[in-house]
Design a protein around this ligand. Structure first.
Ligand code: GUN
Length: 283
């Protein structure tokens, strides 16, 4: 058996086409989704991510702004900037790019963003809404994984989903979303006993740990759907996931590649969240 490839690039493009059509409909009513991305300091990886977000906004016809602040910006000053965008009706989404310089508390920043504009889905109220099952702004990478599954014809309902990783960014919210989709969910982590055996129970196996090529052939139940959230850079500069693709692909029923799997979905879901926030703001 050889796995079907889940093409995140293609799925992401078809979602972007749907978004573009919606943006065109809104523009007839004089409404334009707006996103501000705030970048503090000059972390090189963040510069690339922020540029990509701005480019995607432009392609989809969003109003967008990149607010670049010097690394020395104080926490209070950043919170004042956030307050200004909270009050600005031209922006429906606010994203503060992480990591932040050490002297700024990420928690204070997350708490300051208006829940209505929390397109990252990191605010405690957004997390609460996610757990309760309210139709909130959902964190981008986890909701991207759900979209990948659904649009590949994989229904999580009644399946055993095993999520390896318990981060606030991916593992925990994804476990909640899979539960909302009626999967039976197991969350594994660095202290889980006999991880390969746990992984082997999965109908849907998600790896989100940041350990290159960790998931091997004998971790995968034959026919399982394998979703690789990891993006790791090897010493030779190549990208690889948390799943050893060469080992897992012959056993899995379907699998995401790295790159070109979950990665392209994250910005797309950010755009979808901004559109959703815009529509909510305009009733
Ligand atoms: N830095 C790396 N990933 C993310 C993300 O999803 N959101 C924000 N705000 N910063 C990030």
């Amino acid at each position: 058996m050889s796995a079907n490839l889940i093409d995140g690039k293609k799925i992401s493009e078809s979602i972007r086409e749907e978004i573009l059509a919606e943006v065109q409909r809104l523009s007839e009513k004089g409404i334009r989704p707006g996103l501000v991305v705030i970048l503090v300091g000059d972390d090189p990886a963040s510069q690339v991510y922020v540029r990509n977000k701005a480019k995607t906004c432009e392609k989809l016809g969003y109003h967008s702004e990149v607010m670049r602040l010097p690394a020395e910006t104080g926490e209070a000053e950043l919170l004042t900037v956030i307050e200004r965008y909270n009050a600005d009706p031209a922006f429906h989404g606010i994203l503060v790019q992480f990591p932040l310089p050490k002297h700024i508390r990420e928690k204070a920043v997350i708490d300051a963003i208006s829940v209505d504009k929390d397109v990252d889905g990191f605010h405690p109220v957004s997390v609460g809404n996610l757990v309760i099952g309210d139709d909130a702004l959902l964190p981008c990478t986890p909701s991207g994984v759900i979209e990948l599954l659904k649009r590949s014809g994989v229904s999580p309902a009644g399946k055993h989903a095993v999520v390896i990783g318990r981060s606030n960014l991916v593992g925990k919210p994804l476990a909640m979303l899979l539960l909302r989709e009626n999967a039976t969910v197991t969350v594994c982590h660095s202290r889980t006993a006999n991880l390969p055996e746990m992984a082997r129970q999965a109908d849907i196996l998600v790896a989100a740990v940041g350990v290159p090529n960790m998931v091997k052939r004998d971790w995968v139940k034959p026919g399982a759907v394998v979703i690789d959230v990891g993006i790791n850079r090897l010493p030779d500069g190549k990208l690889c996931g948390d799943v050893d693709f060469g080992e897992a692909a012959p056993v899995a029923g379907a699998i995401t590649p790295v790159p070109g799997g979950v990665g392209p979905m994250t910005i797309t879901m950010l755009m979808a969240n901004t559109l959703k926030a815009c529509k909510l703001a305009h009733g």
